[in-house]
Design a protein around this ligand. Structure first.
Ligand SMILES: Nc1nc2c(ncn2[C@@H]2O[C@H](COP(=O)(O)OP(=O)(O)OP(=O)(O)O)[C@@H](O)[C@H]2O)c(=O)[nH]1
Ligand SMILES: [Mg+2]
Length: 311
């Protein structure tokens, strides 16, 4: 797997050997929290790049997923779910959504087929854009044909020119329709990235996210939303990768819950995250974790940029 931290273009190297009619473009995946944006991007790329949970607002960054063929390259951006920000971290999250939309050649809007109605935030974005737009109604593995058809009709009524497709990201159903739409609508342009590169994020980023995913899976209430993860060291040795990670919470009481009785909770989180990392990196991983309190880190701009949310 080629993760890469810097593109050849940024390094000043031309990407050569591509056909003259090569097509390439950026696709912004947007929608309300929990509709399946990350699941969908992972399915489109064929790699688990974005973490997923049944809780809302799991994704906090713009995460790139790149897929290339002989004469095309699609650069997807998975983004945080659309919300009205209530604190600084959420402001930063919405900033990432806006950046993805600013760069986009195409908008891939996602809505939850299990929920009736037209999502107002998504409607605003789609209505006001002149880009090619595809709306996917996701999770149709769980909805009835009638529910899907009603939802389609509601959107078609709201925006008659909208392209709509019903899919299941989880079951990988109807995804060819998405790929076909994208390849057809991206402009003729040289590739933005080397053809074997699948993302922009670093190995450290993925390691931190895999820990955060287990925090979302294991802990309830406000704790997942009050936790951020930093990788203090990442050493790739011939035998194994040694990773030292810091889980940062906002309060002492949260730290106690994160540690659990005799450290059982954090141990469980670390073990599960390590197994995920070993799968992802294809190598043995030694992971050590520490829990630290940084009061109100998610509400203070200065602290946020230190934790990787500079906007
Ligand atoms: N049944 C069903 N569940 C799905 C499907 N796609 C995603 N899910 C589930 O929906 C939940 C949310 O999925 P995510 O991919 O994290 O959603 P998201 O839109 O990225 O959420 P945020 O990052 O919080 O905005 C998870 O429990 C997924 O397993 C689908 O096609 N069918
Ligand atoms: Mg997500």
């Amino acid at each position: 797997m080629h993760l890469c931290t810097m593109t050849d273009i940024e390094k000043g190297l031309p990407i050569s050997n591509f056909p003259e009619n090569f097509k390439s473009g950026f696709v912004a995946i947007v929608g309300r929290p929990n509709v399946g944006k990350s699941t969908l991007m992972n399915a489109l790329i064929g790699e688990k790049l974005s973490i997923v949970s049944y809780k809302a607002s799991t994704t906090r960054h713009r995460i790139y997923g790149i897929i290339s063929g002989e004469n095309f390259q699609l650069v997807y951006s998975d983004t945080p779910g659309l919300i009205k920000p209530a604190y600084e971290l959420q402001n930063a999250m919405m900033h990432f959504v806006n950046q993805a939309l600013e760069d986009a050649d195409i908008i891939l809007a996602v809505t939850d087929g299990l929920k009736p109605g037209v999502d107002p935030e998504l409607f605003e974005i789609l209505k006001n854009s002149s880009l090619p737009r595809l709306l996917v109604i996701n999770k149709i593995d769980k909805s009835t044909q009638e529910e899907t058809e009603t939802k389609m009709a509601e959107w078609k009524e709201a925006i008659p020119e909208l392209n709509v497709l019903a899919v299941s990201a989880l079951e990988k159903f109807n995804l060819e329709g998405i790929m076909g739409f994208m390849v057809e609508n991206i402009p003729v342009h040289p590739p933005y990235y080397p053809l074997d590169q699948i993302t922009e994020q670093t190995e450290r980023f993925f390691a931190a996210e895999m820990i955060r995913e287990q925090v979302f899976a294991k802990l309830d209430k406000e704790i997942p939303y009050s936790t951020t993860v930093e990788i203090e060291s990442f050493k790739d040795t011939p035998d194994l990768i040694r990773i030292s990670a810091l889980l940062i919470v906002e309060r002492n009481s949260q730290k106690a819950i994160m540690l659990g009785h005799q450290g059982k909770t954090i141990k469980d989180i670390a073990t599960k995250a390590r197994l995920e990392m070993e799968k992802f990196f294809g190598q043995k991983v030694f992971l050590e974790t520490f829990v630290k309190v940084d009061e109100d880190w998610k509400s203070e701009k200065r602290k946020l940029s230190r934790h990787g949310f500079g906007t």
